[in-house]
Design a protein. Structure first.
Length: 443
């Protein structure tokens, strides 16, 4: 069985983002194979643990991937402050006589944005609305690469490493079966320190927010990386609760056209035609404008609303609204830019992670140490059939079937954009709905 087929069979998807099916992404030939090991979202520790403890597996997988995509260069982008992780990777590279190279980054946000990552390492600017493949590059997350190693060994994606921190009694790094609830993860950390809280699934800048009453229904998927518990009254949560009509009204009444949102926008700074301040001006005037199409270029990194804007406005939320509106109108992003060139000011507008943590009022949690992993088991899991970009997997089991850990329970065809789904525990299929399969172990 070739490597691409092993990746497909194992159900590997992008572990650090939207979850693009990896067997589709890697069906290409490129100059550069780049691994995102930056974990640029504040507070997260998951990828760092994987690098420290699975360095040999990562390098072995990268050697195979390099041959698969015929890459001339293989780089791991990593923060220069990750000393232990760098030492572990260097040791593996030397012992395996690998051609993999490390590329060191400052601790800034959002260095892990694949468009920024590609520009820093290759000097090539991905076209607006484009993908790394447009400039001869393919990018994978470090967690994805580890899952590819497991796929090489015949092991499917059935568990996840999750950073659990914030207002919990015992911050921990957990290894959990896919399909366990957030509530089970919090229980493994001896519960929360406060009663009124909300949760960020992922990093504080781009993670999705869920309410306390959702912890028993929200389950861990292939793309989750962290559970951050913060007070329900926290600035990040309060800002997320603001209704869109209020956001637009605030733009009309309070936007001072200072341009900070544009001048600090990472995509703007690498030369993309994205000017959030112009979008805010146009929407404040209630106009239909060609500038709205620029919203398609927004990565939703959150710098504009959580760091740059002195008036506390939300260009990111406006861009999300506009993208959805334009898609419904059948408008697709098209940008004809003859020459792409990063602004020289870019070097002086990078945002240090420690400053971002302070601005977000999360410094209290930055000192929490979660170096070791604790593995938790589950007697019941609810496994979504769509944990990725693309089509939903089709169930290949029936209610009452006995399944083994790692067994295929949801399938897509190899040429489809989607991913196979496997049982994360041994047990009995007790329920199959339109979008999930519930498995229970009676023992």
């Amino acid at each position: 069985m070739d490597l691409l087929n092993k990746i497909y069979m194992a159900g590997v998807v992008g572990a650090g983002g939207a979850g693009f099916p990896t067997h589709i992404k890697l069906n290409c030939k490129v100059d550069y194979l780049i691994v995102n090991a930056l974990e640029c979202e504040p507070l997260l520790k998951t990828d760092q643990y994987v690098m420290r403890t699975k360095s040999y597996e990562i390098i072995k997988a990268l050697e195979e991937l390099g041959r698969l995509v015929e890459a001339k260069y293989i780089f791991i982008g990593i923060k220069e402050k990750y000393k232990k992780e760098i030492e572990a990777l260097k040791s593996a590279i030397n012992d395996l006589n690998s051609k993999v190279k490390l590329y060191f980054f400052e601790s800034v946000y959002p260095a892990g944005d694949e468009q920024i990552l590609v520009y820093e390492i290759t000097g090539r600017v991905i076209p607006p609305g484009g993908i790394p493949l447009n400039v001869g590059t393919v990018v994978s997350n470090i967690g994805t690469v580890y899952n590819i190693y497991n796929a090489m060994e015949g092991v499917s994606v059935i568990d996840k490493y999750i950073s659990v921190l914030g207002e919990v009694n015992e911050p921990k790094l957990l290894k959990v079966p896919i399909g366990v609830t957030v509530a089970q993860c919090l229980k493994a950390c001896n519960g929360t320190t406060i009663d009124d809280y909300s949760i960020i699934m992922g990093g504080p800048m781009m993670g999705r927010k869920i309410k306390k009453d959702e912890i028993n229904s929200r389950v861990i998927t292939k793309t989750d990386s962290a559970i951050i518990v913060i007070p329900d009254s926290h600035y990040i949560i309060e800002k997320d609760k603001i209704q869109l009509n209020h956001i637009i009204n605030r733009a009309k009444s309070a936007c001072i056209q200072c341009r900070y949102c544009t001048e600090m926008c990472p995509r703007h700074l690498i030369g993309h035609p994205l000017s959030p301040h112009k979008i805010m001006r146009a929407i404040a005037l209630s106009e239909e404008s060609d500038v709205f199409k620029e919203a398609f270029l927004c990565s939703e990194c959150g710098i504009c609303e959580l760091y740059a804007c002195p008036m506390g406005l939300s260009p990111r939320r406006v861009n999300i609204y506009l993208k959805d509106k334009l898609k419904k109108q059948g408008i697709k992003p098209q940008f004809n830019v003859k020459e792409l060139k990063a602004y020289i000011e870019r070097e002086y507008r990078k945002i240090p992670t420690f400053r971002l943590i302070s601005r977000l009022n999360l410094s209290l949690y930055s000192a929490q140490k979660i170096d070791k992993v604790e593995e938790i088991s589950a007697s019941k899991v609810k496994i979504p059939l769509k944990q990725h970009i693309g089509i939903m997997a089709k169930p290949v089991v029936n209610v009452g079937d006995i399944v083994e850990k790692g067994q295929l329970i949801g399938k897509v065809e190899a040429n489809e954009i989607g991913a196979n789904v496997h049982s994360s525990i041994s047990g009995v299929v007790v329920e199959i709905s339109k979008d999930s399969i519930v498995i229970e172990n009676a023992e």
